[in-house]
Design a protein around this ligand. Structure first.
Ligand SMILES: Nc1nc2c(ncn2[C@@H]2O[C@H](COP(=O)(O)OP(=O)(O)OP(=O)(O)O)[C@@H](O)[C@H]2O)c(=O)[nH]1
Length: 303
């Protein structure tokens, strides 16, 4: 074959490979992604306008001391985005330049306190990478549920958003006698049980409920907008669905049950951790009382 023709063919084959579907840019909403500083990898979707700030009634809450309470305002204008500084102590910067008001174009770098955020458009080729990194940072690999760190962060957010007034329910559950399952059926079978628990939680606790794997065989479900009755109902549904599962190892059924502790946000709760400890205490009592049951507690004790 003539050298020129061979080169052309190789080039052609190479071109075909480069155009594989996985490399097509994904179509997502406009977003700001933290590319440097604290919270690296965090991704915030943008609507028409968003106030970025440290705390309180802002749309993108960064919670860092270097960020002012109300730091800057990002908004849509003439088909693109603009940013205006809101008198921040550490002035807002775009591509390193201090700005009062400035257009914000795709790929621009926005400095807010110690954080640097990049504006990504719907077809940015970086969307797939950002989504993959976000998944790695926030998901438990075995079950696909929220990991401990992400679950805790979302619990903090729900706690701040409710400010002791809104309803937030929390369910903490732990597979019963899981050590026995591992010992009897083997570690891989134990892993399959955990993955199946993840599946049940996903199916029976749909958004805005957030199911997570906190560690080992302990799971939790955050229930924004749920008071006692609804939170207990979710826990009972999960308990029954887990018990009804038919898992087996080489034909031998693997019995799976779990114990549940449930609580709800109360006006006296000073931190999200208090909510978690309370539900965890109820879970411990559910175990002591014989397992495979749901126990609800208030700050005063079992209810
Ligand atoms: N297969 C598997 N086992 C795990 C994993 N993480 C933790 N474990 C095991 O889970 C078991 C937990 O056992 P225990 O804490 O004694 O609890 P338990 O047997 O469920 O007893 P109760 O909670 O009192 O009902 C330990 O044997 C751990 O090794 C995991 O990712 N996969």
């Amino acid at each position: 074959m003539e050298e020129k023709t061979l080169k052309a063919r190789l080039l052609n084959e190479h071109t075909i490979r480069v155009q594989a579907p996985s490399l097509q840019p994904e179509n997502r909403p406009w977003c700001l992604v933290v590319v440097a500083g604290p919270q690296i990898g965090a991704r915030f979707e943008l609507d028409d306008a968003a106030i970025i700030g440290r705390e309180g009634e802002v749309d993108i809450r960064l919670g860092e001391p270097s960020v002012s309470r109300r730091h800057c305002h990002v908004f849509r204008k003439r088909g693109g985005y603009w940013v205006t500084d809101l008198g921040a102590t550490n002035p807002t910067r775009v591509n390193g330049m201090q700005v009062k008001a400035s257009p914000l174009l795709e790929g621009d770098l926005l400095t807010v306190g110690d954080l640097m955020l990049k504006l990504l458009g719907p077809k940015s080729p970086e969307n797939a990478m950002v989504a993959a990194l976000h998944d790695q940072a926030t998901k438990d690999q075995l079950t696909g549920l929220a990991n401990r760190r992400y679950f805790r962060a979302e619990m903090e957010k729900a706690f701040s958003a409710a400010r002791g007034l809104g309803e937030v329910g929390l369910v903490v559950l732990d597979v019963d006698h899981f050590k026995h399952i591992n010992d009897r059926f083997g570690h891989p079978a134990g892993d399959r049980v955990l993955a199946a628990v993840g599946g049940v939680l996903r199916r029976h606790a749909p958004p805005p409920a957030l199911p997570g794997r906190i560690g080992g065989e302990e799971f939790a479900v955050l229930l924004p907008g749920h008071g006692k009755e609804r939170a207990v109902k979710v826990a009972e549904t999960l308990r029954e669905a887990l018990q009804a599962q038919t898992l087996d190892e080489q034909g031998e059924p693997i019995p799976v049950t779990a114990s549940f502790g449930v609580t709800c946000l109360e006006p006296g709760d000073a931190a999200a951790d208090e909510l978690y400890s309370r539900a965890d205490g109820a879970l411990y009592e559910a175990k002591r009382a014989g397992r495979n049951r749901v126990l609800f507690v208030t700050a005063e004790g079992a209810a």
